[in-house]
Write a protein that binds this ligand. Structure first.
Ligand code: SAM
Length: 206
């Protein structure tokens, strides 16, 4: 984050923990990912701005959707990172590597084996500076996340997944197409122009 970056300044002013909040808000505006989202898993959450937004929408959804269609009277949100996440009210935060075999048990315990409405991943590998190998490592992380999605996301659920453009992204998109009816790739306005990051949005899990 940079002090001269307008998104950074705006995030600070509005009490958000990171400028990445504006990427998520942009994605929400375009794809309405939080519609009827009550059970949410956020992967790579630190410092936690996506969790702040998730809570806001989940809280609103409780009041907004009280009809005969799918709704819940409570929400459950879990945020996970290898780094420490400062506590946020009403949200379960967990310090674990999402590749760790114990992670699935943590998900099962917290969500009580219920399927999730929305999985978010802004998880990003520690960049080495070598764009080629970084991209491959990021894509490998994305495949792990698709495994998590297969096991935990509900029918018609939604995924937001951060990837890096480059080799093998087409294969990744094809893997997502096996799981979702619609897959879109999107570069939010708040994403830095020079960055090769791209968000893949999976809509309507099969
Ligand atoms: C760009 S930051 C996320 C920012 C967050 N969305 C927010 O709004 O505050 C990416 C995060 O992914 C985490 N991460 C990377 N690999 C991970 C892994 N294998 N397991 C858990 N977290 C991981 C990093 O530690 C880092 O904190």
């Amino acid at each position: 984050m940079h002090r001269k970056d307008p998104h950074y300044t705006q995030a600070k002013k509005n009490g958000y923990r990171a400028r990445s909040v504006y990427k998520l808000l942009d994605i929400q505006k375009k794809f309405n990912i939080f519609k009827r989202a009550f059970y949410i898993l956020d992967l790579g959450s630190a410092p936690g701005s996506w969790l702040q937004i998730s809570r806001k929408f989940a809280e609103e959804n409780i009041k907004k959707y009280q009809d005969q269609y799918y709704h819940r009277d409570h929400f459950k949100i879990m945020g996970v990172d290898i780094k420490n996440i400062s506590p946020i009210d009403d949200i379960k935060t967990l310090k674990i590597d999402i590749n760790h075999p114990e992670f699935q048990n943590e998900i099962d315990n917290f969500f009580q084996f219920k399927k999730l409405d929305l999985i978010l991943s802004d998880a990003s590998i520690n960049k080495s500076g070598n764009k080629f190998s970084d991209q491959i490592r990021q894509i490998r992380l994305c495949y792990r996340i698709i495994e998590i999605v297969k096991n935990n996301l509900k029918y018609k659920g939604v995924l937001v997944l951060k990837a890096f453009q480059g080799q093998d992204i087409d294969n990744l998109i094809n893997s997502m197409k096996n799981e979702f009816k619609f897959v879109k790739s999107y570069k939010p306005q708040a994403s830095k122009k020079q960055s090769n990051e791209i968000y893949l949005i999976g809509l309507m899990k099969k």
